[in-house]
Every structure is written in structure tokens, then in C-alpha cells.
Design a protein around this ligand. Structure first.
Ligand code: GAR
Length: 198
């Protein structure tokens, strides 16, 4: 059984979907802890499922590195097989990424390498593209530059605003994330091989 820690900043709707999937006894992974960089609304989902959670408030630390040290210490308590960034809106310090990659994945609301960064949906709309997408990647020390594990196109429709487009992308992200976690857990997807691929 693959053990998973999920890190969030926001509403945690993708976390919720993963928790729902993992509640199926046939699903080969379990979420063992949920962490956040602030008092995120999504922590309530962990509580609903009786899963422990922790918060390492970014604002309480003088530097990203010190925040990262505490985050890493929390993860070390749980020693998950995999860390999932599911809407964590912070760049992790190099030491944390180096300690976890390739066993750390991120969901992103765009078809990477298009529109990386914190505003993937807004940037796609601003660019006027006809389609954007969703991606799940291995986290490396760039901004959304890691190896792509899964991605799918999502159309931009006339009249879309950031909210409507993001709400169309999220169900695709959820499906991709759940499938990636399942494939990692079954061994179908080998993260070390995926991260070594050119
Ligand atoms: C998701 O769309 C996720 O891809 C995005 O934040 C949203 C979180 O939604 N992450 C990024 O943009 C990271 N660059 P949720 O809190 O409802 O799951």
C-alpha cells in the first residue's frame, strides 16, 4: 500500500477527490497526512476522513528555507512513500525538493510547459488560446518544469472567465492525479525512470 502525504494551500477539492478515491478498499494508496502552509479550508477534508493534518504557516518563518525545514520535519514524522502537491501555492526550497524528488508530484491547471507558475488559468485566458489543459508532473527545482507524468487538453469556451475555466480544468486534474497515484502504487509508473527520461 502506497502511503501519501498531500500538501495544500486552498480549498482542497483535488485533495477531496483523492481522499474519496483512496477510501475504496481496492485503491492501492492511502493518504496518511495532509499538510498546509496556512489555515487552508481544505484541511477540513482531512478531518472528515479522520486523517491527521499539520499546518506550517509560511508567514511565521523569516525565510523560505526555515519554513521548508519545518515542513520537511513534519513530513519526516509520517515518512510517506509519495508527496502530492495539490494546490500548494508555494515554491519549496531546494533542500526539500532534493530530499523528495522524484517521489513528489504536483498538479497544475495548464498543459505544461505552457503557462507555468501561480496563474496558469489566468495566463491561458490572457493569451487567448483555444485550449489549455491539466498536468501532473514530478517536482524539480524549476517552476513547473519537472517531467510530465500525465496531461490532457481542456477547451477554453467563449465567455469563460478564470473561475469557469478553472472549474472545467479541475475535474480533469482530479482524474489525472488519481490515475497517476494509482499507477505509482501499482508499479505501473516508475518515478525514478520517469525522472531519468530525457
Ligand atoms: C488546482 O487547480 C491546482 O492545480 C492549482 O491550484 C488548484 C487547487 O485547487 N495549483 C497551482 O496552480 C500550482 N501552480 P483545490 O485547492 O480546489 O484542489
Amino acid at each position: 500500500m502506497l502511503t501519501v502525504a498531500v500538501l495544500i494551500s486552498g480549498t482542497g477539492s483535488n485533495l477531496r477527490a483523492l481522499l474519496d478515491a483512496a477510501a475504496d478498499p481496492d485503491f492501492p494508496a492511502r493518504v496518511v497526512v495532509v499538510g498546509a502552509d496556512r489555515e487552508a479550508d481544505g484541511l477540513a477534508h482531512a478531518e472528515d476522513f479522520g486523517i491527521p493534518s499539520f499546518t506550517v504557516p509560511y508567514a511565521h518563518y523569516p525565510t523560505r528555507e526555515e519554513w521548508g525545514e519545518e515542513l520537511a520535519a513534519q513530513l519526516d514524522v509520517w515518512r510517506p512513500d509519495l508527496v502530492v502537491l495539490s494546490g500548494l501555492m508555494r515554491l519549496l526550497p531546494v533542500d526539500v525538493v532534493d530530499a523528495w524528488t522524484p517521489r513528489i508530484v504536483n498538479t497544475h491547471p495548464a498543459y505544461l510547459p505552457e503557462f507555468p507558475g501561480a496563474h496558469g488559468v489566468r495566463d491561458a485566458l490572457a493569451a487567448g488560446v483555444a485550449q489549455t489543459g491539466a498536468s501532473v508532473i514530478i517536482v524539480d527545482n524549476g517552476v513547473d518544469t519537472g517531467p510530465i507524468l500525465a496531461q490532457e487538453r481542456v477547451p477554453v469556451l467563449p465567455g469563460d472567465d478564470e473561475h469557469s475555466l478553472h472549474e472545467r480544468i479541475k475535474p480533469v486534474e482530479r482524474r489525472l492525479l488519481i490515475d497517476v497515484v494509482r499507477r505509482i502504487a501499482t508499479g505501473e509508473l516508475d518515478l525514478a525512470a520517469a525522472s531519468a527520461a530525457p
